[in-house]
Design a protein around this ligand. Sequence first.
Ligand code: C5P
Length: 282
Amino acid sequence: MTATVTERAAAKVNLWLEVLGRRPDGYHELETVMHEVDLEDLVELSRRRDSSTLVVEGAAIAADESNLAFKALRALEAKVGRSLPTALRLVKRIPAGGGLGGGSSDAAAVLRGLVRLHDLDLGPEELEEVAAGFGSDTAFFVRGGTAMCRGRGERLEALEPPSPLDLVLVLPGLHVPTPAVFRALELTVRSRQPYDFLTALRANDPIELRARLFNRLEEPARKLHPELGRILDHLAAERAILSGSGSTIFCLCASGDEAEALAGRVHGECGLETRVVVSARR
Ligand code: C5P
């Protein structure tokens, strides 16, 4: 019987994000392309006899039932109708509150790990359904890769992964609360169609793709945090764009060398933390 399993939990960026409207349940109808990158948390799961526990290393994050990792465990216990006593250990490397989906990815990794640890007969579709019960972008991380996510974010359509993309993440170190960004959004303009973006994604041309990146939440995030606007304007020639509701900004580069050079330049000019990442491979 397996005693311990580990799962990698990758961060994502939103290559495309359009908000189609407000829903009666208070959420927003989205059309967003999420893409996993190789910045990862580590999730370790070990069997226990009685109650479950959670420890978090590498970040000051609540290690209690409010943590999405714990919510994932409780949701899966509800699904299978019995307790699954597990010691959860999260090793955080993905910055929290940065639009990179770290907490959601950890939660999906917990679901995958629990299936292996406790020999549960559940497939990815069932895990996605469980994941959608406690978050909007949690279902995506069950299988990850590249996907068009609609509805609240939980209706998934897998996309052919492009050749590995070279990206620079710029981390302004701001915590931007997602609900506030959605509240500040003015839904007056006609929504954009993703066809040209999807064509560029299929064509595997980073220069063409860079010109098609889009995030509707950038405008409200700029309003709430003028500092973000200043960084985005400074990097306008690089077509820098916000990921999710921020605060992470990213640039798509034509090569790894270009990404390394840009990361060094941004760090030197703006004093901001940067990371060079590539598309995650599963
Ligand atoms: O579902 P999740 O906890 O990730 O969402 C965080 C917040 O983001 C929600 O409370 C809501 O304010 C906003 N949101 C939204 N529409 C979505 C996803 C998130 O309004 N589709």
